[in-house]
Design a protein. Sequence first.
Length: 482
Amino acid sequence: MTTATPPSGGNSAPRASFVDALRSGGIPLLIIGLVALLIAVEYMPLPEGVSPDIVRTGILVVFTIACWAMSLLPEPLTTLLFFLCAMLFHIAAPTTVFAGFATPTWWLVLGGTIVGIAIRTTGLGPRLGRFFFGRANGGYNYFIAMIVFASVSLAFLMPSTMGRVLLLVPIVMGLADRLGFTAGRVGRTGMIMATAAGSYLPSTAILPANVPNTVLMGAADTLYGIKLQYGSYFLLHFPVLGLIKGALLIWLICRLFPDTAESQPATDSSPGRLSSGEGLLVFLLALMLSLFATDFWHGISPAWVCLGAGLICLLPQTGLVSSKELQQGLAIGPLFYVAGFLSLSAVIAQSGLGGWAGGALLDLVGMTPDDPLGNIPLVAAIYAGIGLLTTLPGLPAVLTPLASEFSQASGLSIETLLKLQVPVFATVFLPYQSPPMMIAMLMGGASMKDGLKLCLILTAITIAVILPLDFAWWWLLGEFDA
């Protein structure tokens, strides 16, 4: 005997189909709307001094960033759409539009991904997790703290945040497997977010441990003859942006992604001898770490170190990664995404959009130089707005040349304005702003929603608590006396 389908059940399928149809239909509408808007720019009345090229660049950049940040379109589709529109509407030269594929960072990610595949396929990941983080007897919160601690510690040895991420993510994923955190578990997400945020955020207070502060150091010296010293930089920024913010990060991840580690079998305490593949890979990782830490001496970029290691893994003689394992493990989507946001930064820099936005925001807030201390929040807000547009690695390259203009408007010294960049690029509003964080999330399988939740809540706490503490620390050190 058959029973009638309940009304709620009968309506649920059509509702789901309608939502799916609406979502799939919305993608063409978004694309058509973007193209129509780019075409319409030619016929729009524009303010004096604003060229159609700047407006088109702004539209494409905002659209691309919005799609990445809110997942309006699949990431590979967004990236390819950016490339296509940039070429069709002559946003920039082809060498600029596709600059992401030519940057060392892209090749660093490619090489690091291959090494990550080797760590996973040889079974070295869980063993390295045991070596770096001890036996699984400390509880989930303990391991979150240890991951952040390890990430910060490596920042003193490895000058590349991307390199640290590529080294740590496979190890942390192996540790997550050992603790019973399978794909989709909240605990696994928490561990990946601890690696992503822990590798980038505290390292902004260590010179030169990531791209933004390295660019700032070089630009300050080149443009103004201001030399940022390791010790004074560390004293000014690390106590609050490194230690306190790192502790806050641990607490927040444990609250946002709570989980309980499962007990491990007794055999976990007797891992056995290294296989020949594991032994070779351990030697290769040790060599990579040594070359990362001594790049100031030999001058070889971490990108080429990583790519060379990836090639060694692919050699048939090493047997570390087979062609089949490479095809199964190498995801093309993240590589397209990396090239996309690197190219986006190049387009913004080449078009002058960042400088134009800085000048426009400066005119909008209407600062007067007779209240320097009162202008600090306004300057930080302008910096943050430009950071949303350029991504954080490109922020110092855009802002440093504008420091003299900002100094005249705000009454703050050029040196103070340069140092104010650090709390800003140490604050990630949206995950796409920090390429290393995005790469860690993509490698570890954390969703944009997870990253967005962590970044927004951490940013709110940073604005309310961390930044006032940071500026109070500056005041105690006499930074504002001048």
